[in-house]
Design a protein around this ligand. Structure first.
Ligand SMILES: Nc1ncnc2c1ncn2[C@@H]1O[C@H](COP(=O)(O)OP(=O)(O)O)[C@@H](O)[C@H]1O
Ligand SMILES: [Mg+2]
Length: 252
């Protein structure tokens, strides 16, 4: 389980997180909803040790993370994989090298073993025929698949997704949604997704939390969150649905 307690993050005089609390229970998919610029990526960066909060505590499997030393932090976050916003890839490496990177970088396995794992995970996400291609030759959906295969190379127990469907067309979004669910179930990965995409929540979320005003204002099960009288529905889902309808989408 990952627990964040009373997290405060400031940039200059701008307070982004203001006493945020959340629990990410094992074996479930937690989706944090929040509008653009509200602090979703900042929260993920804090848990990964990429950004130091002003104050607060983060527990990863019971051990306090923020007060740990550098080497200890690296060890503690080794169980967490991350799919970056936009599924960023290394442009100078082909698909195979991109997927292999985490294992090659950490020198965790001999080359033949790395190649075997690359093939296994490439097949799992359906890109085994594209290993020789360069990122510039891939569609947005394909890039996400490569990024997903790379994210699971170190066999994380937790996987964080930062806006996994943003910028994708509806078909690619649906494929990515299915893959995230499949990886969670097949590899038993505790999943944390941050997004403003309510379709993603409807498909993937087991627990839904709303980030606003620097805090997790509400956390509910998906069933609760989608009831029209729930606080998450009223303060977020309803307005998103209205926007979708105005744009001519129907999701019901
Ligand atoms: N390194 C940084 N320096 C200054 N401001 C930042 C930095 N990172 C994020 N912010 C600001 O913090 C706020 C939250 O950012 P972010 O977490 O990226 O939002 P989002 O919810 O869209 O992921 C934004 O106003 C952003 O401009
Ligand atoms: Mg973000």
């Amino acid at each position: 389980m990952i627990v964040a307690e009373d997290l405060w993050v400031k940039f200059g005089s701008k307070e982004v997180l203001k006493g945020l609390n959340i629990e990410i229970p094992e074996g479930r998919t937690t989706v944090i909803l929040g509008k653009s610029g509200i602090g979703k990526s900042v929260l993920l960066k804090c848990i990964l040790g990429l950004l130091q909060p002003v104050s607060g505590r983060i527990f990863i499997d019971g051990s306090e993370f923020l007060s740990a030393g550098k080497a200890q932090k690296k060890q503690m976050t080794a169980c967490i994989g991350m799919l970056l916003q936009n599924g960023a890839l290394f442009d100078s490496m082909n698909v195979e090298e991109n997927i292999a990177f985490p294992l090659a970088y950490h020198k965790k396995a001999p080359p033949a073993e790395i190649r075997r794992k690359v093939l296994e995970y490439a097949e799992l996400v359906g890109i085994q025929d594209s290993l020789h291609l360069m990122p510039k030759d891939l569609s947005g959906g394909m890039r996400r698949k490569v990024a997903l295969a790379r994210a699971i190379m170190l066999q994380p127990r937790y996987l964080f997704y930062d806006e996994p469907t943003t910028g994708l067309d509806p078909t690619s979004s649906a494929i990515v949604e299915i893959l995230i669910r499949q990886l969670k179930e097949q590899l038993d990965i505790t999943t944390l997704v941050v997004t403003h995409d309510i379709d993603l929540v409807a498909f993937l979320g087991e627990d839904v939390a709303l980030l606003d005003e620097g805090k997790i204002l509400y956390k509910q099960t998906r069933e609760e969150a989608f009831r029209e009288d729930s606080p998450i529905y009223r303060s977020f889902i309803a307005s998103r649905k209205r926007i979708q309808n105005e744009q001519g989408f129907t999701n019901d």
